[in-house]
Design a binder for this molecule. Structure first.
Ligand code: FE
Length: 210
């Protein structure tokens, strides 16, 4: 009797073993595929979240010029439709030399309108603001115009914290005709400019002493 059953038991064990082995291989393959998909997802996520552009080098200081007025209002929107000049939204970070965003950093902007005129009586196109919890600022304004002897520029003072040194400098517009013939112009202070459906967008990251 046993002699008759034995081969069947052996065959059953072999067949059972084969299926178990096969399932395990299939499972491992599936697991590898899932891990691979997860890694690909992560890679894609990283490549779509662009890192903050930062050289880690403190921005150059440039002359304040004769038109700075202290005590500007706290205002990040200097734009109004009556002003000559094309609207522009400038955004960026204030960063330390390790490229870490600085919250509550102070920025004071002043500039001409699109015709190259400063408001020296009042505070048109003059305003200060503080970076948000991500270390970002946004300035809504107009593209400044030329005035005698100068390529278009936006003046700015920036300071990480109340005890930090103030850096006074100027930002420039890419492609402005007189950039290269302006003695004060510095390429490191060129904004990045893009056209969007909402108009011109610019960006610039300030690296300062913390
Ligand atoms: Fe100026």
């Amino acid at each position: 009797m046993n002699k008759i059953i034995f081969p069947f038991v052996l065959i059953a064990l072999l067949v059972g073993g084969y299926f178990l082995y096969n399932n395990q291989i299939q499972e491992n393959t599936n697991q590898t595929a899932t891990t691979q998909t997860r890694n690909e997802d992560l890679l894609e996520e990283r490549s779509t979240t662009s890192p903050i552009e930062c050289t880690g080098t403190i921005i150059p200081e440039l002359t304040e010029g004769p038109y700075y007025k202290s005590d500007s209002p706290e205002n990040s929107n200097l734009y109004n439709e009556e002003l000559p000049g094309e609207k522009i939204v400038l955004k960026g970070y204030v960063l330390d030399t390790n490229c870490q965003p600085i919250t509550n950093a102070w920025l004071d902007f002043w500039q001409t309108d699109g015709n190259g005129e400063y408001d020296n009586e009042g505070y048109t196109l003059r305003g200060h603001q503080y970076t948000d919890e991500n270390g970002m600022y946004t300035l809504t304004t107009v593209i400044p115009g030329e005035y005698p002897g100068r390529t278009p520029h936006i003046h700015v003072k920036v300071r990480a914290h109340e005890q930090s040194p103030i850096i006074t400098t100027q930002l420039y517009i890419p492609g402005a005709e007189r950039n290269t013939s302006d003695a004060i112009y510095n390429e490191a202070l060129l904004m990045q400019l893009t056209d969007s459906d909402d108009g011109k967008q610019a960006s610039y990251n300030f690296v300062v002493n913390n």
